[in-house]
Write a protein that binds this ligand. Structure first.
Ligand code: SF4
Length: 305
């Protein structure tokens, strides 16, 4: 990149950061479009204001091997959530508000500290509702020497126009694709339009960063990684999601079919959600993925334990 391109790119990033911050005045960061003025302390569905709220941070070794490498993924868990699934395994963080407000400057310190400890990336968990604050922190951290990739580890219920504004700030997008059917998306996450919004967002993510790329150590540095959690009784509508990925995203897309669903949060209030998926239910989803030509990230059935 020559000097003129570098100046233009910096100006472009600056403009996009300003646009993101302005959205907080009438919040449309996610498809709920609450239109509350978060800069004046009003709160919408996600109960988040103008300040970042973080519940924890540190090296994490339970993510995909391409993120964990030898020194861990540098996770930063955001408090609150724009989805609030009834079965959330982080219910206290996503829905009960466990966490502390931090300044953007403190977020910068956290990111640089994770890099200092050897983490391979900054893994922003549930970042959607804090996109403007995080982009500001990422920009400042990069000026102070942050070099490791930024991972956008989101729930997939995204405003595609906001994802467009994130171009250049994010290296690896890691969205969930949770549901393909309206009824479960509405019943368990209050988001009947989940599949439409997640498809739009994933296509934009793929346009920006392409298939997942790894370096010589096998550590991811750019690209798209989709997570799909298998729910009992096929409540996720897995096949339609996998068809979309195979046919409209890429057959080389990295897809982690996750087996770890357990009834957490308020799941026990819903009989159909109150058990784990069986081994057969899990292996069927993996088999469908293979039949559709997907192969990257697929775990063997022994992942079910
Ligand atoms: S980020 Fe929060 S306040 Fe903004 S539209 Fe989404 S749920 Fe509403």
């Amino acid at each position: 990149m020559d000097l003129e391109q570098a100046v233009n790119s910096r100006a472009e990033s600056h403009n996009r950061t300003i646009k993101l911050v302005e959205i907080l005045e009438s919040c449309e960061l996610c498809p709920r479009r609450c239109r509350v003025n978060r800069l004046r302390g009003e709160k919408g569905y996600c109960r988040s204001g103008s300040e970042l709220v973080i519940s924890s941070h540190g090296p994490h070794f339970g993510e995909e091997p391409e993120l964990v490498g030898s020194h861990g993924s540098g996770t930063v868990f955001m408090t609150n959530c724009n989805l609030q699934c009834v079965y959330c395994q982080n219910y206290e963080i996503s829905q009960l508000g466990y966490g502390s407000e931090v300044s953007n400057a403190r977020a910068v310190d956290i990111m640089l500290g994770l890099q200092e400890t050897g983490c391979h990336n900054i893994n922003l968990v549930t970042p959607t509702h804090f996109a403007p604050q995080l982009v500001q922190a990422i920009t400042a951290a990069k000026r102070l020497g942050l070099k490791i990739p930024i991972i956008w580890n989101c729930g997939g219920y995204e405003n595609v126009d906001v994802i467009k504004l994130l171009e250049g700030f994010v290296d690896v997008y890691m969205p969930d694709m949770k549901y393909s059917e309206t009824r479960p998306a509405e019943r368990y996450s209050n988001a009947p339009d989940y599949f439409e919004r997640s498809k739009e967002a994933v296509l934009e993510m793929q346009r920006q960063v392409g298939d997942l790329k790894v370096d010589g150590r096998g550590v991811a540095y750019r690209g798209l990684l989709i997570r799909h959690l298998v729910l009992p009784n096929d409540l996720a509508g897995s096949e339609k999601i996998l068809e979309f990925i195979s046919e409209e995203v890429s057959k080389d897309c990295y897809v982690n079919i996750m087996a770890q669903y357990r009834p957490c949060g308020r799941a026990s209030e819903y009989e159909e959600l109150s058990r784990r998926p069986t081994r057969d239910e899990y292996s069927r989803v993996v088999e469908v993925s293979r039949k559709l030509g997907l192969y990257r990230g697929l775990q063997e059935v022994h992942a079910y334990s």
